[in-house]
Design a protein around this ligand. Structure first.
Ligand code: PLP
Length: 397
């Protein structure tokens, strides 16, 4: 290092494309979703609690969206509640389970999203016992350790484990955890924010008590989510106020947001298989190109087909003097990716997920996450930019 000039050396790379590969942070809203929402921002402005025609129209739109969610989950509409975000959903469940269901112990993991991790820490400060399950170096839950923890105490327990990790993509075997929870009488919550709209769910078969979802992760609007609360695990309201959402979530509903969530989920379900094949193909294509063209490339988390979320790829860059500037240089090249969880990107704080799986500290992690709107050409362009940044010579063709 030659002082500040080296440290701040940037790659001069004139952007010729704009490439959005940060779809685990958020997804672009689909035009069809926006079209469906617009009337609820304009002429259909009624308050769903009003009994006149304006109100009834807004209420009917909310109930239509609720049916879409319930059908997707194979749940009853009475088990689906709209919230303001995935964060709110997980707060509602974790704090509600402690305050209203008598949960005295939570088993979770160190790689949960902060909305779970910090909620768990908040109830721990109230005296709840918290245990973290062991993980392997790819972030997979050690199921034997989970079973050991479940048998280790008589306290009323809830397990809160995410379905797909937002930074590294590693998946949880939901059925296996649900069976263990059933066997030992524990409640089960999963933060399914990264998989709702991408994978099928059947809560009748799964035997899970709580799920959380967020519309902006599947081409819906921001600021709207939902919780699934099983009829056998009824919580009390999280907020005091009016009787909206059957008394569970006071405050006039975000009607256009809920309409958008319903439309986005409907589209996600309709095209799920085709989208899955397409997006998984993009990810595989990127892995193949990285493996063959960038020496020393590695990955964080499970990248196997089936073991990981098909839209997330956390790349562990080979050590390089300019690697600290890579995200910045990608941005200059017109490529949006993330250095870890989107919620902490932009800050210098390291990733708690990468730390928990002991990812090498001398390697920069860059998360690329894909959507149905990405193309192979965008991946080609990204590979070209990465090679330039890592000084990998391009072979003339
Ligand atoms: N859970 C996971 C796994 C996430 O990736 C996110 C968003 O990054 C959230 C929860 C929070 O969702 P929201 O942005 O709707 O609060």
């Amino acid at each position: 290092m030659n002082g500040a000039s080296d440290k701040f050396e940037m790659l001069i790379f004139t952007p010729i494309m704009k490439v959005y590969l940060d779809n685990a942070a958020t997804t672009p809203i689909a035009q069809e979703v926006l079209d469906e929402m617009m009337p609820y921002l304009t002429e259909n402005f009624g308050n769903p609690s009003s009994i006149h025609a304006y109100g009834r129209k807004a209420k009917a739109a909310i109930e239509k969206a609720r049916k879409t969610v319930a059908k997707y989950l194979n749940a009853s509409t009475s088990e689906v509640f709209f919230t303001g975000s995935g964060t709110e959903s997980s707060n509602m469940i974790i704090k509600g389970a402690v305050h209203h269901l008598g949960v005295q112990r939570i088993i979770s993991s160190k790689i949960e999203h902060h909305c779970v991790l910090h909620s768990v820490e908040a109830v721990e400060r109230e005296g709840v016992q918290v245990d973290y399950v062991k993980l392997d170096k790819e972030g997979r839950v050690d199921y034997a350790d989970l079973e050991r923890l479940l048998t280790a105490s008589d306290k009323k327990t809830m397990v809160s484990l995410m379905h797909a990790n937002n930074e590294i993509g590693t998946l949880l075997d939901l059925h296996r955890v649900a069976e263990l929870c059933e066997k030992y009488g524990a409640y089960f919550h999963s933060d399914t924010v990264q998989t709702i709209g991408y994978m099928p769910f059947d809560v009748q078969a799964l035997k899970i008590h709580f799920l959380s979802g967020s519309a902006h992760k599947f081409h819906g609007p921001k600021g709207v989510g939902f919780v699934y609360i099983n009829a056998d695990a009824v919580l009390k309201p999280f907020m005091d106020g009016g009787s909206q959402e059957r008394n569970m979530r006071a405050g006039t509903e975000n009607v256009f947001g809920i309409v958008g969530l319903g439309k986005a989920l409907g589209l996600a379900v309709e095209y799920m298989d085709a989208n899955h094949t397409y997006i998984a193909g993009l990810k595989q294509y990127m892995i193949e190109r990285l493996n063959s063209e960038i020496p020393g490339i590695a990955y964080n988390g499970d990248i196997s087909n089936g073991g990981s979320n098909y839209k997330v790829l956390s790349v562990s860059m080979p050590p390089h003097s300019k690697s600290e500037l890579m995200l910045f240089n990608l941005d200059i090249a017109g490529i949006a990716a993330s250095g870890g969880s989107a919620c902490t990107s932009g800050s210098e704080k390291g990733s708690h997920v990468l730390e928990a799986i002991n990812a090498p500290v001398d390697r920069k992690a860059i998360r690329f996450s894909f959507s149905k709107y990405n193309t192979k050409e965008e991946i080609d362009y990204t590979i070209q930019a990465l090679k330039k940044m890592l000084d990998v010579p391009s072979v003339a063709v």
